[in-house]
Design a protein. Structure first.
Length: 244
């Protein structure tokens, strides 16, 4: 694992907790010399993904500083791969995936909460969770973030992840997987409390029980992706590049 990490932060996969954990562990290891960059969209009036790509391109030179440097953002693989194409030998791509049923529920409940900056617009589009499940984009979000090109199948996406993403962790195994990731980068792991956890677990469980069958159908491709990644994880497919 190279000491220049770029995290593809898929929403509601513990990416904020990962960023904070990396920041704390890096600071402890290097006495605050190195840092984790959280990249938000560049405000150019375009799409969020295009803005993220522009901002990542602008900030990329900063990770060339000595030691472990990390960039993290809501990138799609195909966007960030384009940005780092000329630097691929010097950076490692990492990401985490999560059980699609719980990730989708968590995403929806976050977006209807007061913590979400465009809550009112979101609720207008998806007043009920069942409405949310009718959105092809929202029900394939992990696949969409990891696709190597628009319209790539699940098998093409998994094959690309194994070949070109240096570490794919699983949110349900967060502590173990972050420890493995940091160990591969030569950093000791220190756990911390998670961020953005829904305050009422029972509310999420009620949604799960009510929409279980509908989710199984709507999230078919997401579930296929998740199961395939779990299989590769069990085969120790990641991390598959050495520290440099």
């Amino acid at each position: 694992m190279r000491q220049k990490l770029i995290n593809i932060h898929i929403p509601k996969t513990a990416g904020t907790t990962l960023r904070a954990t990396l920041a704390e562990c890096v600071q402890r290891a290097h006495d605050g010399k190195y840092r984790v960059l959280g990249i938000d969209p560049h405000n150019d009036g375009g799409s969020p993904f295009e803005g993220l790509k522009l901002e990542a391109r602008r900030r990329l030179p900063e990770i060339k500083n000595p030691g472990l440097q990390v960039m993290s953002g809501h990138y799609r693989y195909r966007d960030i791969a384009e940005v780092i194409a000329d630097h691929r030998d010097h950076v490692s791509l990492v990401t985490f995936v999560r059980d699609p049923m719980w990730r989708t529920i968590s995403d929806y409940h976050y977006c209807i909460s007061d913590r979400h900056p465009t809550r009112d617009h979101f609720v207008g589009m998806y007043p009920q969770f069942g409405d949310y499940l009718k959105s092809a984009y929202e029900t394939s979000k992990q696949l969409e973030y990891l696709r190597p090109f628009e319209g790539a199948s699940v098998s093409q996406t998994v094959e690309n992840a194994v070949a070109n993403i240096d570490f794919v962790g699983v949110t349900e195994h967060f502590d173990d997987d972050v420890r493995t990731l940091l160990s591969a980068a030569g950093i000791a792991y220190v756990s911390r409390d998670p961020f953005n956890v829904h305050p009422d677990r029972s509310e999420l469980e009620r949604t799960y029980e009510k929409y279980h069958d509908q989710m199984q159908e709507a999230l078919e491709y997401e579930l296929d992706l998740y199961r395939a990644i779990l299989e590769y994880r069990d085969q120790s497919a990641w991390p598959h590049r050495t520290v440099s």
